[in-house]
Design a protein around this ligand. Structure first.
Ligand SMILES: [Zn+2]
Length: 241
């Protein structure tokens, strides 16, 4: 019964915007730094937490450790777009979905073939030299040993991702706000109403309905109009076939 209600709510939306949370990327096999086993392994190996390493100050002062961590954890666990992403792609093809907004750096929407997406924290698939602007593919970052240096000017090449302590580029803020403003349904997958992604976007929403599909229950769930507890990779394909 609940699924039918969700199905109808999705059916009514013509400008659905999806907020894609960490729960989905973790379920797709992307490195989940919030997982306690992962965090413990990183702390044991490097003496720092994943959050401490993935920060601008750490990148600037200890680039060798940063890139070892980056290569061994993030680049080795890029994941694969799962069924939720495939369903979102179908929804976009049918003209139902306007945009996917995510903080995930694994470019899951793009890799699923979705045209309209805002990766507010950038992606690991784009890298550049801050000095001369030369661009590098992910393969370059994977193949380099130690700190990757620009082949043109010798500066340190960095991934186009937002590290802790850095600002989200203004264009991404504007693009995601514009998309959410135009949405009639906000579909929140794999994060709570209190997640940073949701909090950053929710104030712009003036549409009909907020649908939340998340595995973990949260006290804030009641502020969504429809809530379903489960994995988006399993639920979404059932309600939009
Ligand atoms: Zn350069």
């Amino acid at each position: 019964m609940k699924l039918q209600i969700l199905e109808r709510a999705i059916e009514e939306g013509n400008h659905i915007v999806c907020l894609l949370g960490y729960g989905v990327s973790a379920d797709c096999g992307c490195f989940d730094y919030r997982d306690s086993n992962n965090a413990y392994e990183v702390e044991t190996r490097y003496g720092y937490s994943p959050e401490e390493i993935f920060a601008a100050s750490f990148f600037n002062t200890r680039p060798a450790t940063f890139f070892d961590y980056y290569r061994e954890t993030i680049l080795k666990h890029q994941g694969t777009p799962g069924n939720a992403l495939k369903t979102l792609k179908k929804m976009e093809d049918m003209g139902k979905l306007s945009c996917v907004v995510t903080r995930s750096i694994y470019a899951l929407p793009e890799r699923a073939g979705i045209m309209h997406h805002v990766d507010t924290h950038g992606t690991i698939y784009r890298n550049h030299c801050p000095h001369c602007g030369a661009e590098y593919p992910i393969e370059f970052m994977m193949e380099q040993k130690g700190v990757p240096h620009c082949t043109k000017c010798g500066s340190v090449v960095r991934p186009d991702v937002v590290l802790d302590g850095e600002m989200i580029p203004n264009t991404y803020v504007t693009e995601s706000a514009n998309a959410v403003e135009r949405a009639d349904v906000l579909l929140i997958l794999g994060c709570s109403m209190k997640a940073t992604l949701t909090q950053n976007c929710i104030n712009y929403f003036d549409g009909k309905r907020i649908i939340l599909i998340n595995e973990e229950e949260n006290y804030s769930d009641s502020s969504a109009d429809l809530v379903f507890h489960g994995k988006p990779n399993e639920i979404l394909p059932k309600i939009y076939r």
